[in-house]
Design a protein. Structure first.
Lengths: 399, 86
């Protein structure tokens, strides 16, 4: 029997609320299955299971907020039902969350309530600010996100069925008058910690993207729209390959020491409509054909847009890419997401005069900027890392 | 114009991508991506959906003809009108 714990989805996360139980007691679970959704400051996030077996029981009722590390379900492995400390299947990456020590339940927290709330939905009579934990209201992540962003009170909808996006009125999606949304608070916490703890240094250069853009245009010419590449996928691969060779920029700085990443999981800074951003991981960004990486990027962006991303995707990035696309400004100097140690920003390419050989030619140039953690690396190696990314982008066909 | 199926299709797909943009405040002749605040990935999603709905190839080389809402609607009309020619 193993316990499935409330995962840590970022250094700034202290607790989470179980909002969906997607499998029931007795159901088989497989590694990678989404079995629950958890509401955090960053919205509702789907949680994967990392083992094979059968869900034995839920330990935390829906709607209950518990600290990171709290057991929320028990999973029985198929072969060895009673073994207390079952080894988990080896993961190619370092063991994913929860890395933070399981904390004893905070006395201030409502304790996980073991009693069965029963099959009958509790009526939302005189709703407290938070839905009573026994009410079993089930809300899809997208609906919960829209409601959270707009300040819509979900308890108004009762608990007799699953609440979907269509149940949340569009007209409440408006800039709220709240001083700081949960999203802004999460960003504020992470960025404040970054600026307080991480001694950043910055390097930047100009990158010629003419070849990369030509490569994309040629590649895409005879492809259906959903098989086309975006320039950003070349950025991801160029960054990932460089990070593989320059491990000082890929990993996590925790407890006073640097743990290099075993793989390159590129955090993609993705802007959210309605405000805020998240930077979930594109896992193993060095692996596979470029078309496959594009499929995974497309899937990730799509899910982020819909408010569905997975726990591992938020906690796993080992280095972040922030690209302004083709409509932004010429450059971006990033702020490192703790506990990572580097972020690479690429501005929007524009046509500029460049000296090529002995002549001046119009080329598509953008500014590329590395912000890195001085506790782990220095400018000399930072420059080598940045040059490696630039060089990779000159050979798009090899990415 | 609002009976036009192309118009309806565009409103539907843009509404899915940019649900927060009130349609009646959009300038149909201004840059589509600016007006709806959609990035290149959103634009890819839009083109994919329109191409599938109308069985059009939507080549990247034609993106210049899809700059504004009106441009895009005209482009889709002209391509679907050609229909069997291609």
């Amino acid at each position: 029997m193993t316990q499935f714990l409330m995962p840590s989805l970022g250094a700034d996360m202290e607790d989470g609320t179980l909002v969906e139980q997607l499998v029931g007691p007795g159901d088989p679970v497989h590694r990678g299955d989404i079995i629950a959704a958890v509401e955090t400051q960053k919205g509702a996030i789907e949680i994967e299971v990392f083992e094979e077996g059968v869900l034995d029981q839920w330990l935390v009722p829906l709607g209950t907020k518990v600290p990171v590390g709290t057991p929320i379900a028990e999973i029985r492995s198929a072969g060895e039902p009673e073994k207390p400390d079952m080894p988990q299947p080896a993961d190619p990456a370092p063991a994913p969350p929860p890395q933070e020590a399981p904390q004893p339940a905070d006395p201030d927290m409502p304790p996980p309530m073991p009693e069965d709330p029963g099959p009958t939905p509790a009526p939302p009579a005189a709703p407290p600010p938070e839905l009573a934990s026994g009410a079993r209201q089930r809300v899809s992540p997208a609906a919960r996100r829209r409601a959270a962003r707009s300040g819509f009170d979900l308890t108004r909808l009762g608990a007799d069925r699953i609440i979907s996006l269509a149940d949340i009125p569009d007209d409440v999606v408006a800039p709220s008058a709240e001083p700081l949304s949960a999203m802004r608070q999460a960003i504020a916490a992470a960025m404040t910690r970054s600026k307080r703890e991480i001694p950043h240094y910055y390097l930047s250069d100009s990158v010629d993207l003419t070849r990369a853009e030509d490569f994309i245009a040629t590649y895409n010419a005879d492809k259906a729209p959903d098989a086309r590449l975006a320039l950003s996928v070349l950025y991801v691969r160029a960054l990932a390959k460089a990070a593989q060779k320059h491990p000082d920029f890929n990993g996590h700085f925790e407890d006073g020491r640097f743990n290099p990443g075993q793989a390159v999981h590129v955090g993609m800074a993705i802007n959210l409509r309605g405000g805020g951003l998240v930077a979930p991981a594109l896992h193993d960004a060095t692996d596979g054909e470029i078309a496959q990486l594009m499929d995974r990027l497309r899937d990730l962006v799509q899910r982020v847009r819909e408010g569905r991303f997975r726990a591992r995707e938020l906690s796993d990035p080992t280095v972040t890419l922030s690209s302004l696309g083709d409509r932004g400004v010429s450059g971006i100097t990033g702020v490192i997401f703790p506990p990572q140690v580097a972020i690479v920003g690429i501005g929007s390419p524009s046509l500029q005069p460049a000296v090529v050989g002995d002549s001046v030619q119009p080329r598509r140039l953008a500014q590329i900027t590395l912000a890195a953690d001085h506790r782990v690396s220095d400018g000399h190696n930072g420059a080598k890392f940045l040059r490696a990314i630039i060089k990779n982008l000159q050979h798009p066909e090899q990415l | 114009m609002t009976d036009d199926p192309i118009h309806h299709l565009l409103v539907k797909h843009l509404g899915q991508i940019a649900p927060d943009i009130p349609f009646d405040e959009v300038d149909p002749q201004a840059d589509l991506r600016d007006e709806f605040d959609i990035d290149s990935m959103d634009f890819m999603t839009l083109i994919t959906a329109l191409g599938k709905a109308l069985s059009l190839p939507m080549p990247e080389a034609d993106y210049d003809q899809m700059r504004s809402f009106d441009d895009l609607a005209d482009y889709l009309r002209s391509q679907t009108a050609r229909g069997s020619v291609d």
